[in-house]
Every structure is written in C-alpha cells, then in structure tokens.
Design a protein around this ligand. Sequence first.
Ligand code: MN
Length: 146
Amino acid sequence: MTQESQSSIANRQSRTANRQSRIGNRQLNILVIEDNEQNLYLTTFILEKHGHRVTAARDGAQGIRLAEEIRPDLILLDIQLPVMDGYAVAAELRRNPALAQVPIVAVTSYAMAGDRERILAAGCNGYIEKPINPETFLDEVLAHLP
Ligand code: MN
C-alpha cells in the first residue's frame, strides 16, 4: 500500500469518526431541492443508505412549501433551478423565522469567484460543488450541521 493511499484512508476514517460524534445515530430529515433527476437520485441514494430520510422537491416553490411543512434538519439546495433560482429560494427560506436555524447547503456546478459570496449572502451556510463525489458527499453535507 502506498503512503498516499494510507493517508487517504486515515483521513476518511477520521472524517467518519467526526461525523459520528457529531450526529450519533440520529436519523436526519433532509430536504433536497433539485430539478435534475440524476442528481436527485444519487443524493437520495447516498443519504438513505446512511439511514437518513429524504424529502424531494423539484422546484423552489415546492421546496419552500415543504420546508415550512416538515421543518427539515438540513436543506440541500440546487442553485440552478427553473423559475426561481437557488439564490431566491435561500433568501425566501431565510425570511421565515421558523427556518432561521436550518442549515442550507447549496449544491452548484458553477462555483466561480463571486458565486461563493453570492451563495453565502443569500443565506446559505455553505456549498458543495458538482459533480457530486459519492465518497465525500455525506461528510460535506453533515459538516454544516450545528
Ligand atoms: Mn438544477
């Protein structure tokens, strides 16, 4: 085994340990607002495989309605959405005091220089870049829990 792969395994084990101590065995309710079926499928697959519950919304309006209804533990928000983009959705979610503490994690394929600032200014806690990496995705998501 090369030194590099040993260190990458060690990193993964330490990420897993961090994640487990943070959330324990808690099953999380995660709202995924995503219009792309393939991304939605992959995201849901990874989260459910680790015991979490996923509610899916295909557009921003549906996402906002479901967020108010189910009060998720975390929201994954695609930025490129039809009609109402992710920035507008995040801003609208943040106008609801009942959802103020819910982490919103943007998922975006265009994280250019100004996008990070724009994503955070809209009220998101952070972002994950597409394409989704199944190896690291869960840790990237859970890192945004309080
Ligand atoms: Mn999209």
